[in-house]
Design a protein around this ligand. Structure first.
Ligand SMILES: [Fe+2]
Length: 473
């Protein structure tokens, strides 16, 4: 081969290298479609297995009648009360909670105990005790099981509600109790951003995937999540796996295990049922909606939400966050359009009241939307395509907790314009509020190190700083 041949060969090599570099970059960054980015991240897609009953995460605490499945949630409107819940199995025992702050006097609160039956299962003694009149921004220690085997935990109350209070929420959905669920929770716990409260977007234990909805799996889930939920509030949303309606085995009362085990402060926000309610926490106003309760016009949820949105004072709580289980904007071939009827009912209000962000679960993957709305349609005008709308929320699907049903890997193609980023991986997210104008959102996939962000977005508040915060060019 002559000099020319060598020159040609090296030019071809350079071209080949360049092609591979460009291809590599495209594969790494995701394929750009009509809409945003579809990540091509490669992960194991075998079905997740539930952890066996003898796993250490399900271990029953030692001692006679020792409290288990301890969990807390906000117990009032502003964050000065906490509902403490736990289960005892040998006998009802005491529903007393002892609590104190550092250098503070020990106090006690009394609660109630109840049980339920589900087909051939009888629950343990489920205790719910609300601790009230706490000081803001204070570390409290608490003890349950005061009659027999005491167990001690602690939590931090949130800062007083106010417009510039920084606060960090974790986001988990569709968690279940597989080995992947355990990874998700561990990644959340070890995330250096340190979530202070979890916004849980529904589908807790997946017990209903077992024959006769084996409620033992509600107990194991309670023990598995205790390591986080006993120390920081989990804000509950009901998903379809909480319905537990099984007429074939005589179980016709919907949400029976869920409502017995997980209490929420719905009455404090004027709600008539525990499936839709709101809380204020730090600089945020969190509205929880019920995808599986009636929401048509004149229904209790509809009437409540109509009044509720008009009550939000953004000068007090700039960040308006909505949680619901079934997403309105989803571009996976799973549960596609299931949220559509609720979107038709409520979306005009979300635009009118400038909701910042809507978090959903249900689809076992991650997706973040652009700020879009689809409220112009009136049956005859044909305007039925979502359009960019700076007054609309960003919709985030975070149903990727890792449950036994596996990942949602099939997506609609091409990627719709409303979809900014989508990836079928398990993970969790953090919504880190900095002040009244800025919040930082990051999504963390389980395969990465604890600090790695696979997707992120700087949120500009829709009320105080409503500039375009889109991440696409
Ligand atoms: Fe679901």
């Amino acid at each position: 081969m002559g000099v020319l041949g060598l020159a040609c060969a090296s030019t071809w090599s350079i071209q080949r290298v360049a092609i591979f570099v460009v291809l590599g970059l495209v594969l790494n960054l995701g394929v750009v479609c009509n809409g945003g980015k579809t990540s091509t991240f490669v992960r194991q897609i075998n079905r997740s297995l539930d952890m066996p009953l003898d796993s250490d995460v399900f271990k029953i605490p030692p001692g006679y009648n020792a409290p288990q499945q301890v969990h807390i949630t906000q117990g009032d409107r502003h964050g000065k009360a906490v509902i403490v819940s736990w289960v005892t199995v040998d006998e009802p025992g005491s529903s007393t909670v002892l609590y104190w702050s550092t250098n503070g006097k020990q106090k006690k609160a009394e609660g109630k105990v109840k049980t339920y039956k589900f087909y051939n299962y009888t629950s343990g003694y489920i205790h719910h005790t609300t601790i009230k009149k706490l000081k803001f921004n204070t570390k409290y220690y608490y003890v349950v099981g005061v009659d027999h085997s005491e167990r001690q935990f602690w939590f931090m109350t949130p800062p007083e509600v106010g417009p510039d209070v920084p606060y960090t929420f974790g986001l988990i959905g569709d968690l279940g109790q597989t080995f992947d669920s355990n990874k998700t929770l561990t990644h959340y716990e070890l995330n250096p951003l340190k979530g202070e409260t979890i916004l849980f977007v529904g589908d807790l234990s997946y017990a209903d995937d077992y024959p006769n909805h084996d409620n033992v799996r509600w107990d194991t889930w309670g023990r598995f999540t205790e390591r986080s939920a006993a120390y920081q509030p989990w804000i509950w949303t009901a998903g379809n796996h909480e319905i537990d309606c099984a007429p074939e085995i005589g179980e016709t009362k919907s949400f029976k295990p869920y409502t017995h085990r997980y209490h929420v402060p719905h009455k404090a926000s004027g709600s008539t049922a525990p499936f839709w309610y709101s809380i204020k926490r730090a600089s945020s106003y969190v509205i929880v909606l019920a995808s599986y309760s009636a929401y048509g016009k004149y229904t209790p949820q509809y009437v409540w939400l109509e009044q509720e949105l008009s009550k939000v004072n953004r000068s007090e709580t700039p960040w308006l966050i909505v949680l619901m289980h079934s997403p309105w904007y989803n571009s996976y071939n799973y549960h596609y359009m299931e949220g559509e009827s609720m979107r038709v009912m409520f979306e005009p209000w979300f635009v009118q009241y400038k909701v910042d962000v809507v978090f959903s679960g249900h689809v076992h993957a991650y997706e973040r939307s652009e700020r879009i709305s689809n409220v112009a349609y009136n049956i005859t005008n044909g305007n039925c395509i979502p359009v960019k709308d700076q007054f609309a929320p960003v919709y985030i699907t975070i149903g990727d907790g890792g449950n036994l049903e596996g990942l949602a890997t099939s997506m609609t193609e091409p990627q719709p314009e409303y979809s900014a980023y989508r990836e079928a991986s398990f993970g969790h997210a953090i919504f880190d509020i900095k002040n009244r104008s800025h919040a930082y959102f990051s999504w963390h996939r389980n395969q990465d190190g604890y600090a790695v962000e696979a997707d992120s977005m700087v949120f500009l508040n829709r009320y105080f700083h409503p500039l375009d915060d889109s991440t696409s060019a």
